[in-house]
Design a protein. Structure first.
Length: 150
């Protein structure tokens, strides 16, 4: 399955992408999000946070969401809302195992890096760099919604 962009004529500030759960498609999806945010005039520091969240959430879905080698689809939606201040809403949806990122333990930031348990730092960064992270399980889908202010 290829990455594709759906145009919403009612909302030109929205990007919808569907990719297969294959690591080779992650970079293409991130480039599509980066291009969209650039077209919309979003500042680079804000775009960086959104792209990092895409990378983290999609990577986690691909690595931990599935026990099989079957093809699965991961949906990524980025919508720029005309609010004051302007908000960017990222929605990532997959049909993987139920996983609420809000339940992920806070990583150990006090110990030396070599003494820390591997994992968990990416989700922590997403939570810290956004204004909100929400999770919803709507069988058979996980939906993670992350909000950023511009």
């Amino acid at each position: 399955m290829e990455v594709y962009r759906l145009f919403d004529t009612m909302n030109p500030k929205k990007l919808d992408i569907e990719i297969a759960n294959h690591e080779s498609q992650l970079e293409t999806a991130m480039q599509a999000v980066e291009g969209f945010l650039g077209e919309c005039g979003i500042q680079q520091d804000v775009a960086f946070r959104v792209i990092l969240a895409v990378e983290e959430l999609v990577t986690n879905s691909m690595k931990y969401g599935y026990d099989d080698d079957n093809p699965h689809t991961i949906s990524i939606s980025v919508c720029i809302q005309d609010t004051v201040p302007e908000e960017i809403v990222l929605l990532v949806q997959d049909d993987g195992h139920p996983f609420d990122p809000q339940d992920a333990p806070t990583p150990d930031l006090e110990s030396a890096p070599e003494d820390r348990q591997i994992g968990g730092l990416g989700l922590h960064l997403v939570k810290q760099m956004s204004q909100g992270l929400e999770y919803e399980r709507m069988e058979p889908y996980n939906r993670v919604r992350v909000t950023f202010r511009t």
